[in-house]
Design a protein around this ligand. Sequence first.
Ligand code: SAH
Ligand code: SF4
Ligand code: F3S
Length: 540
Amino acid sequence: MLKYSVKRFYINNIFRFASTKTAIKNGPGLDHFIGEAQKTKQRQPKIFPSPNETNTYLNPEDFNGNGRTVKFLTYGCQMNVNDMEIVRSVLFQNGYVEGFDEKTADIVLLMTCSIRESAEEKIWRKLNWLKNNSKKCTVGVLGCMAERIREGIIEKSKVVDLVAGPDAYRDLPRLLAATRFGRNAMNVQLSFEETYADIQPVRTDVATNSIMRGCDNMCTYCIVPFTRGKERSRPLESIVEEVKQLSAEGFKQIILLGQNVNSYRDTSQISVSASTSEPSTVAGFKTVYKPKTGGRTFATLLEKVSDIDPEMRIRFTSPHPKDFPLPVISLIKERKNICNQLHLPAQSGDNQVLDAMGRGYTRELYLDLVTQIREIIPNVSLTSDFIAGFCGETREAHQRTLDLIRQVGYYFCFVFPYSMREKTRAHRRLVDDVPEDIKQARANELASVFREVALKHNENLIGTRQLVLIEGVSRRSPDYMVGKADCGVKVIIPNVDTQSTVDNSFSKLQAGDYIAANILSATSQTLAGEPLYRTTLASY
Ligand code: SAH
Ligand code: SF4
Ligand code: F3S
């Protein structure tokens, strides 16, 4: 109803506005009406039922799951995986337990992604499937799509009872309790502070730590700033404490996460924020926001985290090129346990497209940064993201992107056909003028060129010795183990008795072992090696 009236207000005013020429000249502009419509929209509740309302009929014991089973389904990026670990933690502390079958669980929670239309389509298909196949259970949609579509998901899906955005996971016990009283429940309030710093994630896989949340960059194509809100960083001490604990538990790798991980800036301690002036943005790179100063930056955090355990490898994703000042690069070079792999999302190799995307750099500036990084870390492995077929991308522009991929020579690239997202600046200002089949064809071409270059890199590693951190048994065969080299490439190794340099004992390989391996063969995505000896990161 409310939604209808917003639309109505907007349409009525547009017509009124368009019908009188004088009004066009002297009267309020289109922005005014959109602004008014948005103000009305903002009055729609972001939280229902409100905490005040549930106070009247919920008791503290209603917040307890009392053994109800929850099936957790995760889509989207690594931050979503980590967010689901936070959700698990919140719910397990409140009497809910893991359910293993979505057909029989009491509750199904989907952690969702909105980055491209296709990501959302996948979720709609799953919701439709749940409508027809699960027992009458509670269905909750969490994450970016929850934040973007809000109550529209409840209306359209006809199966969803609960919607919770990325900053509302502490409220889940209350929202779930409300659904048991027959209410639909939603909390999509974004926060300036929430970092879940005090919640210990229930880890299901690799150790990740979301060190910051949100994004202030506003690349014109991207929905993330709208679904994840403003940038905020987790206090440094809480990260250090968690990594110490992970080290004590025996984890050998930590992946620091953030939508914009290297713009990390902990300003929680005022005295510190006043005293530090570490450089953060690389000279020449522009931002839509006022340069941020003070606080403890990514360089400080990386240093502190890498001090914790010399046997723990550190990776991080996803960074923005603008936040790679040279002290960060030098630190990566210096520290053995920070992997020499940098994700440097370029998105395009054409200056006009980069400008339209609002990336804040030119091709030349990006290439300068690559050169500087390679001067410091000659063997660095660079990876990137590219969007094919952005608004206004010509054939020549696409060629320039292909050329950039060849020139930089990435180890890996994620390539995406452009998908226009509502609310973004591109949606408001630009025309999605590259036909879908051409976007796809360009994406395929970008992918095949990066694979060509990646194959060359990997072939160059044949005959070299690489330190591989074993992650587990290969999916192809139980006789092989799989792990990663420092450069991030997957290495397959036969699981045979291997001698340790620490105590000379022989044993089979297991997850968490560091293995010196001789590389025997390569494809564009994987290396195959033979184990030489078991060792430690510090002594290698
Ligand atoms: N903050 C990170 C991750 C953003 S999402 C970063 O900036 O790198 C991951 C990737 O998805 C982006 O790098 C971009 O390549 C891609 N992407 C984002 N919005 C998109 C859209 N509307 N269509 C296609 N790809 C998109
Ligand atoms: Fe999106 Fe750009 Fe932020 Fe990455 S940096 S999340 S692409 S707005
Ligand atoms: Fe998707 Fe949100 Fe991650 S849109 S990529 S789940 S930040």
